[in-house]
Design a protein around this ligand. Structure first.
Ligand code: PEP
Ligand code: MG
Length: 575
């Protein structure tokens, strides 16, 4: 009897492979009296050697994917293992207490950790404590003969099973081996889901308890289009999943023919299809998928992949690479949006009751402690502006005064650079994200001052519905087609047009095939989505009539009470 479960379909594609559990193993141990302490010292040496070679492999992979600097943390870990002071004390403890290696390892490392952590105002020592904690786990796992999950060490095709994946876990996944992932929590707009779509790794999230149901190495079948997961599928079920995978591949091949085609509706109206990216490397995917622009570059990943604040020059290089990679096509760069589900190891974000409602994004940039970071980013952007067509966008704007304050800082840095003789483009557009309902309601006033507005529906929906975007328990409230959301979107688009400005959307709704006809009718100018959704959307737009879509959206805006009614209407109009 096979075991079937359903989660949230978060990234398209189908896979059948063995499960790889990315869960913390049980590292508890028994304390035993031993006669032969030499034996325990030898066990310790073997565990240290195994840990060192594992770390070396992880480091080599990290150097290849993230660069030498980002990988230097593993050198620090290997130095801990090679520290004779610490290993000497562990061995002494084994001999003195005549006990096995496990309690000795714990006792000595705990002591070092508490000494370093005690030096509260010394960030370097705090980091050493964290290094020792991390490395000890690996040595303990080797002593106990249990496996510590290390995605970087995966060298065969697997499906990752985890409670949750952080954006940085996701960034480390190697597409060659990781065929899909399935998690207990998370939704379509959590950042791990968004990254999975960029990487084209099928994903099913929010299954509640997959980690309890699956054992390491068990066969799994995952369909990221339907959200179906089968544990130990029968040969017939495997064949069914393979067939679904082939159908999806064939569909993709059909869409691929539209790579260089124009995005025009059946009646000849053009819409701009742009892509959301997280790193300069993603530009390749944008061009491969026929993207007409970058509608959202989430620059916080530049900060998250780094051991410290990225310098002005580092940022300049990244922005220049994206602008040049897009060959003069527009690039919307969003200033840093840290907070919510995105944290920085080196920046002390306070513990908050509600991080998504807290100190994040522009709120940090406009604070005293964020000012220098914000100015550095703006300078890097201004310097890069001569390499392409730059649009700068501020995230999480609630107040017109916040936009004014950010624009003022932008103008100050621009004036300073020009005074220093640095070339700055004269066609930079400065706009905002509309992701807070207050800003959506006041869009007419914002429209007078900004160059453009891009609707961030991932947050706009969570704030409008008061439903956490990461929480699968309330994911039924995540309703992009609800008439209330459509009215907010419509308000923004009409307000922008009344002032002769353009309106885009960079939330996941922009690539949602049920939402697209409605948004075309509303008159959204730019649709920014995962690059992998562009060709499918172009194909959809090509067969629709823009006038008919206007009729559809007008009906949805004025006559519908529920999401279900809107969906039925879309089906009727797009048949
Ligand atoms: C959004 O909120 O819709 C958005 C695009 O930004 P992010 O998903 O990074 O919060
Ligand atoms: Mg957002």
């Amino acid at each position: 009897m096979s075991n079937m479960l359903k989660g949230i379909a978060a990234s398209s594609g189908v896979a059948v492979a063995k499960a790889y559990l990315l869960v913390q193993p049980d590292l508890s141990f028994e304390t035993k009296t031993v006669e032969n302490t030499d034996n325990e010292e030898a066990r310790l040496d073997a565990a240290l050697a195994a840990s060192t070679s594992e770390l070396q492999i992880i480091k080599d992979k990290a150097v290849a994917s993230l660069g030498e600097e980002a990988a230097s943390v593993f050198d620090a870990h290997m130095m801990v293992l090679a520290d004779p002071e610490m290993t000497g004390q562990i061995k002494e403890t084994i001999r003195a207490k005549k006990e096995n290696a496990e309690p000795a390892l714990k006792e000595v490392t705990d002591m070092f950790i508490s000494i370093f952590e005690g030096m509260e105002d010394n960030a370097y020592m705090q980091e050493r404590a964290a290094d020792i904690r991390d490395v000890t786990k690996r040595v303990m796992a080797n002593l106990l003969g249990v496996k510590l999950p290390s995605p970087a060490l995966i060298d065969e095709e697997v499906i990752i099973v985890a409670e949750d994946l952080t954006p940085s876990d996701t960034a480390q996944l190697d597409k060659k081996f990781v065929k899909a992932f399935v998690t207990n929590i998370g939704g379509r707009t959590s950042h791990s889901a968004i990254m999975a779509r960029t990487l084209e790794i099928p994903a099913v999230l929010g299954t509640n308890n997959i980690t309890e149901l699956v054992n390491e190495g068990q066969l799994l079948a995952v369909n990221g289009i339907t959200g179906d997961v089968i544990i130990e599928p029968s040969p017939e079920e495997q064949a069914e999943f393979h067939k679904a995978g082939e159908a999806y591949a064939a569909q993709k091949a059909e869409w691929a023919a539209l790579k260089d085609a124009e995005t025009v509706t059946a009646d000849g109206r053009h819409f701009e299809l742009a892509a959301n990216i997280g790193t300069p490397k993603d530009v390749e995917g944008v061009n491969e998928n026929g993207g007409e622009a970058v509608g959202l570059y989430r620059t916080e990943f530049l900060y998250m992949d780094s051991q410290d604040f990225p310098t002005e020059d580092d940022q300049y290089e990244a922005y220049k690479a994206v602008l040049e990679g897009m060959n003069g096509k527009p690039v919307v760069v969003r200033t840093m949006d840290i907070g919510g589900d995105k944290t920085l190891p080196y920046f002390d974000l306070p513990e908050e009751m509600n991080p998504f409602l807290g100190w994040r994004a522009l709120r940090i940039s406009l604070s005293t402690s964020g000012d220098a970071m914000f100015r550095t980013q703006l300078r890097a952007l201004l310097r890069a502006s001569v390499h392409g067509r730059l649009r700068i966008m501020f995230p999480m704007v609630a107040l017109v005064n916040e936009f004014r304050a950010a624009k003022k800082i932008y103008e100050e840095e621009k004036a300073k650079l020009i005074a220093e003789g640095v070339a700055v483009a004269d066609n930079i557009e400065v706009g905002i994200m509309i992701e807070i309902p207050a800003a959506a309601m006041l869009a007419d006033q914002f429209a007078k001052e900004v160059d453009f507005m891009s609707i961030g529906t991932n947050d706009l929906i969570q704030y409008s519905m008061a439903a956490d975007r990461m929480n699968e328990q309330v994911s039924y409230l995540y309703q992009p087609y609800n008439p209330s959301i459509l009215r907010l979107v419509n308000n923004v688009v009409k307000a922008a047009h009344a002032e002769g400005k353009w309106a885009g959307m960079c939330g996941e709704m922009a690539g949602d095939q049920t939402a697209v006809p409605l948004l075309m009718g509303i008159g959204l100018d730019e649709f920014s989505m995962s690059a992998t959704s562009i060709l499918q959307t172009r194909s959809l737009m090509k067969r629709l009539d823009s006038k008919k879509m206007e009729e559809l959206s007008n009906k949805a805006l004025t006559e519908c009470a529920t999401m279900e009614e809107v969906v039925a209407l879309v089906e009727e109009y797009t048949k």
